[in-house]
Design a binder for this molecule. Structure first.
Ligand code: ADP
Length: 760
């Protein structure tokens, strides 16, 4: 209230002009001469001044005024302005009133006519000091957010500092509260009533309160209240900020606690010499030991291995104060050690030499990485294997072709019975060997996922008849009955890969014949269902052979799986069924087997086919139309002498009137083509100087039209040329696999010659 730049002010409420004048004079005489005096003559006028401006050091109050007289004047004043310094002016006759006034709350009293300038100044100075103290107290309370109150119910007095009202956000009630007001539960200060009631029972109360303010917001307060001689003395402190911080800290701690306990990474605190202070669940899991057991360990670091890594970790931690993603193994009480990354920070604490750590288990990650590496390696080696297979196939197949072909030719010459037997053995053995080589080539192609299936029209019935025709020969040798049962409602023309389906049947029927010594082999075709434009068919190959032991049934379709039997020498490679399975599955079907050891086997598979719209085979069965006395010019491009001979002899046996010209390589072939007219070319793919691919390209792009359009059949040992329609990409019309099946060779030549001739 005091202000250095303003003059100090005194309010004088006195209706006697003489008395008022006297006070003015005394004040001037005193050492406080720079006081301003505001004079009013009634209590009402005095209040009006204070309502405007309460900034007075003191109020000099005469008790007998026109609108109030005696002690009630003071009471009225205090009721309205309890915080002013009141110096009561009494007459000589009612001196005793002065003492009573001080007891009631006045600061001092002066007896009119009995005080001098010095006494007046003393009293005013005291007022100023008191104001100063009160100001500082109020300031302190404001800063500390502590208010105090006093309540005397007996004399209906309630006094509270400004801060109390500020805490309750009821500053407008300052100086206007009576003890009974607090009873009303809607009163802003009602909470204090509750405290006072508790205090009257307990004598002294300390507690935290939660206050709901007018606007609904929450405020926390600490209150302490005591009662002395029926008067309540209390302090109240606003602790909202502290509570809020505490709450935030609690929440944050809970959050961290949650992260700590939920973390998949092991988190722990330990001393540098290895005593565990705390750890989460993941730590127990990682070490596979309970928390208590970990805590009882002398040194948790014994779990860190190998020892040199453990030492390195601790040294780094001590010197660098922090370690990140350090690779270490954690030995566990049960099971394999785990590969881990540990990150740790040294803790700076005078009383504790320790660190906190997070350990991430990367065992699975490592394992996956290793698997990926192994897979990459496997893929790499599969590629190597494939190219090895491809290159070795040529090397093996060319001489095999010669052996097989020559033994066929030899068989047709004049031999005695013994010689015939030898030739037959050579022929059969080379056929078996060729089968094995082809199987190996085949499986490598399938396993590399390189298989592409044709989707062309074919006659299923013809295909099955052909299988039976070919296998009949072998069945007859063993006196077996080979039967074909096609249900009536099976459509003839389907869409699919004829060659691949053929191959499946040859594998299954071949096995059935091979492993049956008496009885029959039966091929059964049934319709599972039909739908718009297609059919779902089931194929069964049933035999009355040796059967398959139960325990072998599961692995029979795996590569290189064979049921060992001593008597049978030519069992093959164990690849046939694995190839058949891949072929069926890659065409969308499933293959299976039922078998009883010693009684027979039943292999079955299903496949869905589109029914072909063309009701006739697009490629006519040319074989039947081959005319043996056809005359035509054939250019054979082949560097291998044996193969030249086999091809020539085979072709001449079929067509007596054939004209065969032989070129040793691509260059020679082109020379011949420039000199002479041919009807068809048989082109070996692998030749020195200019290979089949280059030669074909040259013929197709560089030579005159009538030569460029000539039919060219590739001869190749590489099965993959035949797949994917690769030969077409290379510019060939068709292919024959070496060593060639004579019938296939004749058929293909006839087909392409015929086409060519009709075009011309
Ligand atoms: P392999 O080339 O040895 O015939 P497969 O994969 O075709 O290879 O067959 C694997 C094995 O399954 C054969 O060695 C044989 O023991 C058995 N097996 C296959 N088909 C039959 C069958 N119809 N009857 C009895 N055993 C069979």
């Amino acid at each position: 209230m005091s202000n250095n730049h303003q003059k100090n002010k005194v309010l004088l409420i006195e209706d006697n002009p003489g008395d008022a004048r006297l006070i003015e004079i005394l004040l001037k005489e005193s050492d406080l001469s720079d006081f301003d005096i505001v004079k009013k003559e009634s209590l009402k006028e005095g209040f009006e001044v204070l309502d405007e401006d309460s900034n007075f050091e003191a109020v000099l109050l005469d008790l007998s005024l026109p609108d109030s007289s005696g002690f009630t004047t003071l009471e009225k004043f205090l009721a309205k302005h309890p915080n002013h310094n009141i110096i009561v002016l009494t007459g000589f006759s009612d001196k005793s009133m002065g003492v009573k006034a001080v007891k009631a709350g006045a600061q001092d009293f002066l007896v009119k006519g009995m005080f001098d300038a010095e006494e007046l100044s003393k009293s005013l100075r005291f007022s100023m000091q008191r104001s100063g103290i009160l100001n500082r107290l109020e300031e302190t309370q404001r800063v500390a957010r502590i208010g105090n109150w006093e309540c005397n119910k007996e004399i209906s007095k309630f006094e509270a500092s400004k801060e109390v009202f500020r805490i309750f956000e009821a500053e407008e009630l300052l100086g206007k509260v009576k003890p009974d007001d607090l009873i009303d539960s809607k009163h802003p200060l009602h909470a204090l009533e509750g405290i006072q009631q508790q205090t009257s029972i307990l004598q002294s109360v300390r507690k935290d309160l939660q206050l709901t303010l007018k606007d609904g917001s929450i405020r926390y307060a600490f209150v302490q209240c005591e009662v002395v001689d029926g008067i309540f003395y209390g302090i109240i402190q606003d602790i909202t900020d502290r509570k809020r911080t505490e709450k935030e800290m609690m929440e944050s701690r809970e959050r961290y606690q949650e992260i700590f306990s939920q973390s998949k990474d092991a988190i722990f605190i330990a001393s540098l010499d290895g005593k565990l202070t705390d750890c989460n669940i993941a730590t127990e899991k990682l070490f596979s030991v309970s928390k208590d057991a970990l805590k009882s360990l002398e040194d948790i670091h014994i779990h860190f291995s190998p020892p040199e890594k453990r030492n390195e970790f601790l040294l780094k931690l001590k010197t660098l104060k922090s370690v990140t993603d350090f690779e270490i193994e954690i030995a566990r009480s049960e099971g394999e050690p785990r590969h881990c990354l540990i990150s740790a920070n040294l803790l700076h604490d005078r009383d504790f030499q320790g660190y906190n750590a997070i350990i991430r288990d990367i065992t699975e990650q490592k394992r996956t990485e290793e698997l990926v590496k192994a897979r990459d390696l496997a893929e790499e080696s599969a590629k190597l294997k494939e190219s090895f297979m491809a290159s070795i196939s040529h090397e093996m197949l060319t001489p095999m072709n010669a052996i097989f072909g020559m033994s066929n030719l030899l068989d047709q010459t004049n031999l005695d019975a013994e010689q015939k037997g030898f030739v037959k053995s050579i022929n059969q053995s080379s056929e078996i060997l060729l089968g094995i080589i082809n199987d190996i080539l085949e499986i490598s192609t399938i396993q590399n996922g390189k298989m592409v299936f044709e989707h062309t029209s074919f006659n299923l019935h013809d295909l099955l008849f052909n299988v039976v025709n070919v296998m009949q020969y072998k069945a007859k040798e063993k006196d077996l009955f080979l039967a074909l049962e096609i249900a009536e409602d099976i459509p003839k023309m389907l869409m699919g890969d004829k060659l691949r389906i053929n191959q499946i049947f040859f594998n299954l029927v071949g096995n059935a014949v091979k492993f049956t010594d008496e009885g029959y082999v039966k091929i059964i075709v049934e319709k599972i269902s039909a739908f718009e434009g297609g059919v779902h068919l089931k194929f069964v190959v049933e035999d009355t052979g040796i059967g398959i032991p139960k325990e072998k049934l599961e692995t029979i379709f795996e590569s290189f799986s064979r049921v060992r039997s001593k008597e049978r020498i030519f069992e093959g490679t164990g690849l046939g069924l694995s190839i058949a399975k891949s072929l069926v599955e890659q065409q969308g079907g499933k293959i299976g087997v039922d078998s009883k050891f010693g009684e027979g086997s039943k292999f079955f598979f299903d496949m869905i086919f589109e029914v072909s719209e063309s009701q006739e085979d697009l490629v006519p069965d040319a074989a039947k139309k081959i005319c043996p006395d056809m005359a035509f010019d054939l250019l054979l491009v082949e560097d291998h002498k044996m193969n030249q001979l086999v091809a020539r002899k085979t072709l001449q046996k079929k067509w007596q009137n054939i004209n065969i010209t032989i070129a040793e390589n691509g260059n020679e072939a082109i020379e011949w083509l420039n000199k002479k007219t041919f009807d068809i070319i048989l082109m070996d793919m692998q030749m020195p100087i200019m290979d089949g691919m280059e030669t074909t390209k040259y013929i197709r792009t560089e030579m005159p039209p009538q030569i460029a359009q000539m039919p060219i059949l590739a001869m190749t040992a590489h099965a993959h040329i035949s797949q994917d329609g690769k030969y077409k990409e290379l510019g060939m019309d068709d292919f024959v696999l070496k060593p060639f099946e004579p019938e296939q060779l004749f058929q293909k030549i006839a087909t392409h010659l015929k086409k060519e001739k009709t075009v011309n």
